[in-house]
Design a protein around this ligand. Structure first.
Ligand SMILES: NC(=O)C1=CN([C@@H]2O[C@H](COP(=O)(O)OP(=O)(O)OC[C@H]3O[C@@H](n4cnc5c(N)ncnc54)[C@H](O)[C@@H]3O)[C@@H](O)[C@H]2O)C=CC1
Ligand SMILES: [Mg+2]
Length: 341
């Protein structure tokens, strides 16, 4: 029995080792592409491309499924041939990853070109990211989100804020440089805390006036300069609902592309049950209230479309699986269920 166990252990270890080395080799290759401009230019000729138009990703509908096509460099040239200065367009692409076989992936925004020509040539359509993220396969959503954020950053950092001169992108798109001042700009994202507050038996969800009717989510807020995650959580909860956090724990994080690139840092926080009276910040929030276990179970089953009542009001529903708020709510539910079991 021990021999079987040892053989199994050796097999698992060697598999893990091989997995690691694929991953490590891939990360090292991507880093090389960011640092070595000529290697990156060469990689463009064998890479695949995701297309965007004014930050909307290109999707193809096949039956009921939405696919995110990866075009080869040859296919890209065929499309771009229809427009003047085709080669210049390829140079605008940014590196967004690579396959396990080291085939690099790029994203390219063709916003200045006629959308309908590209859509009819490639038989698909440029789709708003707010829709695209929720209809494509789950593994494609983070890729679209990060590609769009990087393209957006390049679009809004074309000039040096010190000299006003144009900045120049490196082939991978991992930075922009102003030749006049020598300043290098790197892609930025804003840290945001998202907190599911609990008083031990209920959790607190809120809605802003801009949310779709009926949608409630966890409290969120941008971190202030100099603040750590714990301070940001305590401050946001105090500001938005007037409660004092007693303890908190980190859950997970997620890149979020709306309204521009954020790093969502998700936490659970506990407030004392005897000091759980909400005093809402009415400038930001329209409603904030406690939800019991049953209401959370019902809300998770509800779709936006089934939330509307006969009298025009809306029953609560929660963000979809792609949003980290959903994960926080699921974790809270599991914890409560385990406690009451
Ligand atoms: N993925 C998810 O599950 C969820 C994501 N979110 C995201 O979290 C973000 C922050 O949530 P809010 O409650 O709106 O933040 P918030 O509570 O900090 O209020 C927003 C205000 O903060 C200020 N602000 C400070 N730094 C900012 C920056 N870097 N960018 C933009 N505004 C800044 C602005 O005045 C803005 O109006 C939202 O953009 C939203 O998309 C929110 C809930 C769920
Ligand atoms: Mg907020």
């Amino acid at each position: 029995m021990a021999a079987v166990y040892q053989a199994l252990h050796r097999r698992v270890s060697s598999l893990v080792c091989r997995l690691h080395s694929t991953y490590v080799r891939k990360m090292r290759y991507l880093n090389q592409l960011k640092e070595d401009d000529s290697l990156c230019r060469q990689a463009q000729t064998s890479g695949t491309f995701y297309l965007f138009h004014n930050l909307s990703p290109f999707l193809q509908k096949v039956g009921k499924k939405y696919l995110v096509p990866q075009l080869s460099a040859a296919e890209m040239r065929r499309v771009l041939e229809k427009f003047p200065e085709a080669e210049q367009w390829m140079e605008k692409s940014v590196l967004i990853g690579c396959s396990d076989e080291h085939r690099p992936r790029f994203a390219l925004d063709l916003g200045a070109l006629d959308k309908s020509v590209i859509e009819s040539e490639l038989q698909g359509s440029f789709t708003d990211l707010r829709k695209a993220l929720f209809v494509v396969d789950r593994e494609d959503s983070p890729l679209l989100a990060s590609a769009q954020s990087l393209l957006r950053w390049h679009d809004s950092h074309q000039y040096c804020s010190r000299t006003g001169q144009p900045t120049h992108k490196n082939p991978a798109g991992s930075k922009r440089v102003c030749h006049a001042s020598g300043v290098t700009y790197y892609p930025q994202m804003s840290p945001v805390v998202i907190t599911l507050v609990s008083d031990g038996s209920r959790c607190l969800l809120a809605r802003q006036p801009s949310f779709p009717p009926g949608m409630f989510t966890a409290l969120s807020g941008f971190c202030d300069m100099g603040e750590n995650v714990e301070e940001a959580v305590r401050r946001e909860v105090a500001e938005e609902v007037g409660l004092e956090v007693e303890s908190l724990s980190y859950s997970a994080s997620q890149h979020w592309p709306f309204p521009s690139s954020s790093l969502m840092i998700a936490c659970h926080a506990l407030v004392a049950a005897q000091r759980a009276e909400i005093s809402m910040d009415t400038l930001e929030l329209e409603e904030a209230r406690w939800f019991g276990l049953e209401e959370i179970v019902e809300g998770l089953k509800r779709q936006p479309s089934s939330s509307k009542q006969g009298d025009g009001s809306f029953l609560p529903w929660f963000p979809p699986k792609q949003a980290i708020a959903h994960q926080l709510i699921q974790e809270w539910l599991q914890q409560q269920t385990a406690q009451t079991a």
